[in-house]
Ligand binder design. Structure first.
Ligand SMILES: [Zn+2]
Length: 246
C-alpha cells in the first residue's frame, strides 16, 4: 500500500474529491491537522475510509495563538493513536513565539506519554536540536516521525540515534544537499509524504498520489528497483503501525 504519512487533507479546496480519489487508489493517508479544533471536522472527512487516519495536531506556527486549545488536545488524545502536526519552528518569522512553542510541544509530549504513547508527525524546521531535547525529556511520548527534515548531517545522525523515523516528500528530494542527508538515514525508518497542499509538485499543490515521485526518487537514491523500494516502504509502514501498539 502506498503511504502519504503527512497530508493536510482538510486544507484542499476539493477535500471530498481528494478523499474519494485516495480511496479509489487505495492509498494510506495520515491526515494531519493544525489545531485541536479542526480534529473532529477533519475526522469526519475520512468517515467510511479506513485507510485515512486523522491525527490530532497543534502546529508550531500557530502555537502563539492557540495555546488555550491544549485542554481540548488533552480531551481528544484518547480518540486517535496519531498526533501531528506538532513540533517546533526555529525560523525568524516565528521567533516571538519560541517559548510558547516549547511549552506547547512539551505539554503535548507529556499528554501523549500519559495516553500510553502515540505516533507523532513532527515539524522541526530550524529547530532539530530543540525538538530532540524535548523528545529526550519525554521518552514515553511514542514514536517520533520527523516530517520534511531539513537539518544537517550531524543532526540527522542524532535524530536516528534518538529513535526518530522520517517521512520524505517533494521538499526533501529537490536539492543535492537534502539527497545527501537522505543517504544517511536507515532505509528501515523511511516513509513517504506529500505535505500537500502546502508542498507542490510541478508548480501545483501536491496530492497524496504524488508520493509516487518520492518512491521513484528513493529508488534512484538507493539504487534499487521502484518495486523493491515500494516493498521496503510498505514493510516500514507495517512496522511503524505494529510498533505503535495493538
Ligand atoms: Zn505539514
Amino acid at each position: 500500500m502506498t503511504v502519504d504519512l503527512h497530508c493536510h487533507l482538510d486544507l484542499y479546496r476539493n477535500a471530498v474529491e481528494v478523499v474519494a480519489e485516495v480511496q479509489r487508489r487505495g492509498i494510506a493517508v495520515l491526515s494531519v491537522t493544525t489545531t485541536p479544533t479542526a480534529f473532529r471536522g477533519t475526522s469526519r472527512l475520512a468517515q467510511g475510509c479506513p485507510q485515512v487516519k486523522t491525527a490530532l495536531g497543534l502546529h508550531p506556527e500557530l502555537a502563539g495563538q492557540r495555546e488555550h486549545e491544549l485542554g481540548l488536545f488533552d480531551q481528544l488524545v484518547a480518540e486517535t493513536r496519531f498526533v501531528g502536526e506538532v513540533g517546533l519552528d526555529g525560523s525568524r518569522r516565528f521567533a516571538a513565539s519560541r517559548e510558547t512553542q516549547r511549552r506547547v510541544f512539551d505539554h503535548i509530549l507529556r499528554s501523549c506519554a500519559d495516553a500510553g504513547g502515540r505516533v507523532l508527525s513532527i515539524h522541526s524546521r530550524s529547530a532539530v536540536a530543540a525538538v530532540l531535547d524535548s523528545l529526550e525529556a519525554a521518552p514515553e511520548a511514542g514514536i517520533p516521525v520527523l516530517h520534511w527534515f531539513t537539518g544537517t548531517a550531524r543532526q540527522a545522525e542524532a535524530a536516528v540515534e534518538a529513535g526518530c523515523w522520517f517521512s520524505v516528500g517533494p521538499g526533501m528530494l529537490q536539492t543535492p544537499k537534502s539527497r545527501e542527508i537522505l543517504r544517511l538515514l536507515p532505509r528501515t525508518r523511511i516513509l513517504t509524504e506529500t505535505d500537500g497542499p502546502f508542498a507542490s509538485t510541478d508548480g501545483a499543490p501536491a496530492y497524496p498520489w504524488h508520493v509516487e515521485h518520492a518512491i521513484a526518487a528513493l529508488a534512484e537514491l538507493w539504487d534499487v528497483s521502484v518495486s523493491d523500494t515500494a516493498a521496503q516502504l510498505e514493510t516500514n509502514f507495517a512496522d511503524l503501525i505494529a510498533a505503535s501498539g495493538p
